[in-house]
Design a protein around this ligand. Structure first.
Ligand SMILES: [Zn+2]
Length: 307
């Protein structure tokens, strides 16, 4: 009995999805010139429309989503028409793939005043049963675009609204400004990185036994930039150590292959000696240590190297 109920519930959800798909695709078609439906993937939780379009963006999808939800709110009738291949000319704008239709009979599903589509699937009786439509994702797919959507998506809407509100708080802005604020921050970050790159990185060098020990202390420097610089500076018989003061002290250690030293071992010993977390490989390793005094950290690294 329970299984049967479950089965009924499932097919109800698929009917809702199916109906939602008819509503939503037509709304997309009205927004996007030359839109072509390639494939539909219906699921109980989430469905996908695979479409061909020159380009697609959220703004366009939002417009289609809005009008789809309007049609749902209007609780329009879903009307089934039975006709023949000769009769299809009476259905303006009919979406049909004639090669898919066996025999002479054609079943047409009408979303009242919105869409005619040849379809043999199960649908709701009125659009209101779909509750709502939410486009969840879109991405380029090999044949064009995949647009994912859900119906009866109240739970997802709340979840997204939670994300929007916490993102706005984290960014210190209004919800409607979240995307613009992130774009600005990304631009700022790029120009900061550029400014950092043009900065001269000064290093010191000590001779230790037969080794070159290259080191420097930085503050809030971009980690990737330091790694690139380190790779440039590594020459024969070299051990390099960069300290980068940020929230914790980042320690980057690099060893040339002929140095006889192992960067991951140096980091491991440093972690044991002054407390830190991290690791790596024999030519490159890094960790973060609590010790704020750069001199102390450098001294510990030197001691480990000369062991
Ligand atoms: Zn259908």
């Amino acid at each position: 009995m329970e299984d049967e109920l479950e089965g009924i519930k499932e097919s109800k959800r698929i009917s809702m999805m199916h109906t939602g798909e008819h509503i939503f695709f037509k709304c997309l078609e009205k927004q996007i010139k030359g839109l072509k439906l390639e494939k539909i993937k219906l699921g109980e939780e989430e469905s996908s429309l695979f479409v061909q379009a020159d380009n697609l963006d959220w703004e366009t999808i939002f417009k289609a989503e809005e009008s789809a939800n309007q049609i749902i709110r209007e609780n329009r009738k879903v009307i089934i028409h039975e006709t023949t291949k000769a009769g299809i000319s009476g259905f303006p704008g009919l979406r049909i793939k004639p090669e898919r239709i066996e025999g002479n009979n054609v079943r047409i599903v009408e979303i009242e005043g919105h869409d005619f589509s040849a379809c043999s699937g199960k649908h709701c009786e009125a659009t209101g049963e779909v509750k709502n439509i939410l486009a969840t994702k879109f991405r380029k797919s090999p044949a064009g675009y995949e647009i994912r959507f859900k119906v009866d998506a109240g739970k997802d809407m709340l979840e997204m609204a939670r994300t929007a509100r916490t993102a706005a708080e984290a960014l210190g802005t209004e919800q409607e400004k979240v995307a613009a604020t992130i774009r600005n921050l990304k631009e700022e970050l790029e120009s900061c990185k550029k400014a950092m790159k043009s900065q001269k990185i000064e290093t010191k060098e000590d001779k230790m036994g037969g080794l070159h020990f290259i080191y420097a202390v930085f503050e809030g420097m971009d980690k990737k930039l330091l790694i690139d610089k380190g790779n440039e500076l590594i020459k024969e018989k070299t051990v390099l150590c960069f300290l980068n003061k940020s929230e914790a002290m980042q320690v980057i250690v690099m060893c040339s292959a002929d140095s006889g030293k192992d960067a991951s071992m140096i980091i491991k010993e440093l972690n044991e000696k002054i407390g830190g977390r991290g690791g790596g490989k024999n030519n490159f390793a890094m960790c973060a240590v609590e010790e704020k005094n750069a001199e102390k950290v450098l001294k510990a690294v030197k001691e480990i190297i000369s062991e």
